[in-house]
Design a binder for this molecule. Structure first.
Ligand code: IPD
Ligand code: CA
Ligand code: CA
Ligand code: CA
Length: 259
């Protein structure tokens, strides 16, 4: 896609997200249905499904030949990254959404032939949209933002997944003790926002493609490192342990893991 096309797509995506988020905020205090998926803490609500249905419909209507990877079943069974591939997480942090009505995000990522194009993480309640990509830079709502400082591990907070921290999986507890402290937000999207905005030096979690696709584009546009825990490139179609950090903190994290 050339810059003009990317800008046109960006206008569409921002309009869809605004519509979906307004709808969600308006209905937040009405009764909603909650179902469990794989276990009692793996929830889905009618709002996850309705929001995904709406966003996937918009993409299909505007870009009928594109492939869509999404969490709640309205997307495609995508087997490769050829052409344009969209990633949709309608509510990231469903448990927060159900328990707190706060701290959840909507996320969309767009790739073309495996390359980063556009990423969106919308912190729905305060209406803070982090968006951008390699050809249009990074923005928080209307404001252009710059890359975060290349901070050391010791200088910043580190976002983690709760069970990984509790069980010291991948030596996550040791990594956190070498940082300024742990943060557990319950939304991969909001964790990525904090790292891109320089409020955390890193984040680590086992994630699905819709959890990391938008964040990877935004983080790499911000000059951050996004790899698997082993330092390998991310596979866009697999669950894996994803590590986003500053380039300075990356070898420090790897050293702890190998020690
Ligand atoms: C979850 C959140 C959470 C992460 C889980 C994800 P969901 O996404 O991002 O922070 O630890 O692995 O599944 O299910 O609420 O969209
Ligand atoms: Ca989920
Ligand atoms: Ca998610
Ligand atoms: Ca979700």
């Amino acid at each position: 896609m050339d810059l003009l096309e990317i800008k046109a797509v960006n206008t569409d995506v921002q309009r869809w997200l605004a519509t979906a988020a307004t709808n969600l905020r308006q209905h937040l205090h009405t009764h909603f249905q909650v179902q469990t998926k794989s276990g009692r803490n793996d929830l889905v609500t009618n709002f996850d499904k309705e929001t995904e249905h709406y966003l996937v419909d918009q993409i299909r209507h505007s870009f009928p030949n594109d492939q869509i990877v999404s969490e709640e079943g309205f997307g495609d069974a995508v087997q490769n990254m050829q052409g344009r591939v969209w990633f949709v997480d309608p509510i990231d942090g469903t448990l927060n959404f159900v328990k707190q009505r706060n701290d959840f995000a909507m996320m969309i990522g767009l790739y073309e032939d495996g390359r980063n194009v556009l990423g969106y993480i919308l912190d729905v309640m305060p209406n803070k949209l982090l968006w951008g990509g390699p050809s249009i830079g990074l923005h928080l709502n209307e404001e252009a933002i710059t890359a975060p400082e290349n901070a050391s591990l010791a200088a910043g907070l580190f976002g983690v997944n709760g069970p990984m921290f509790a069980l010291n999986r991948e030596r996550v507890r040791d990594i956190v003790f070498a940082s300024s402290g742990a943060r557990i937000l319950g939304s991969a999207g909001l964790e990525f926002q904090h790292v891109v905005l320089g409020r955390q030096v890193g984040y680590i979690s086992r994630l699905m493609p819709w959890d990391f696709a938008a964040g990877k584009i935004l983080a790499e546009t911000a000059g951050l490192s996004v790899t698997t825990i082993d330092g390998d490139p991310i596979n866009m179609l697999k669950s894996q342990v994803v590590l986003v950090t500053t380039h300075r903190a990356l070898p420090e994290v790897q050293k702890i893991r190998q020690s």
